[in-house]
Ligand binder design. Structure first.
Ligand SMILES: [Zn+2]
Length: 203
């Protein structure tokens, strides 16, 4: 039985590196993979997946409204696919996550989706919400906060390098992201002040 996997992480956890490595493992055995990436990540209208350590591969772009079952079926008919990889899976719609579930269930091709769980305000992305609900297997890609605890949250820094406390969910440009543990995220977002913590033990 082919499965739908969701590998979730915060920013800078190395999920694209893991994706490219896993795809390479298939290719090394002479198997075919299809790489998909959200339309936000393109260069001269071509999609690509790149990792911070320098790995890069071309990828098919997906946009809102694209039928991913149809897209995967077309590639599968052409060259026989053994696995489908999806990067920036948080940008999938709920309908597209169902289409990927059907790729696993009906076409028998495993789907490995990689994405962020939550946005900088600590809210689930649409694609991540659907994947958390529907995926057969959930795998956390871990990274750490500056304090050494596991980072599960992300803050967005604006062009002024200050932490953004509100704004659009998606901003791709000069912004930078920092992954933090929940405690430090709440402090950076101004949700907890020193007075709030009077009387509580400090960890
Ligand atoms: Zn921390």
């Amino acid at each position: 039985m082919a499965k739908l996997y969701f590998h979730y992480a915060t920013m800078n956890a190395g999920k694209s590196t893991l994706l490219l490595q896993a795809s390479y493992n298939y290719q090394e055995r002479g198997m075919h993979t299809l790489l998909l990436v959200a339309g936000h990540y393109k260069r001269d209208d071509r999609g690509y997946i790149s990792s911070r350590i320098g790995l890069e591969a071309d990828a098919e772009l997906f946009a809102d409204g694209d039928d991913l079952l149809a897209l995967v079926s077309e590639h599968h008919a052409h060259r026989g696919l053994h696995c489908v990889f999806v990067d920036e899976a948080q940008f999938l719609s709920e309908a597209q996550v169902w289409q990927l579930a059907r790729v696993a269930d009906r076409l028998g091709i495993p789907v490995m989706a990689y994405g962020l769980r939550t946005d900088f305000q600590g809210k689930l992305f649409t694609g991540s919400q659907a994947l958390l609900a529907l995926a057969d297997e959930l795998r956390e890609v871990r990274t750490i906060c500056r304090c050494g605890r596991k980072a599960t949250m992300v803050v967005r820094l604006g062009a002024d390098r200050k932490v953004a406390r509100e704004g659009e969910q998606v901003a791709i440009g000069k912004e930078a992201y920092v992954s933090l543990c929940r405690r430090h995220w709440e402090e950076e977002m101004g949700r907890v002040t020193a007075e709030d913590l009077v009387g509580f033990a400090r960890g």
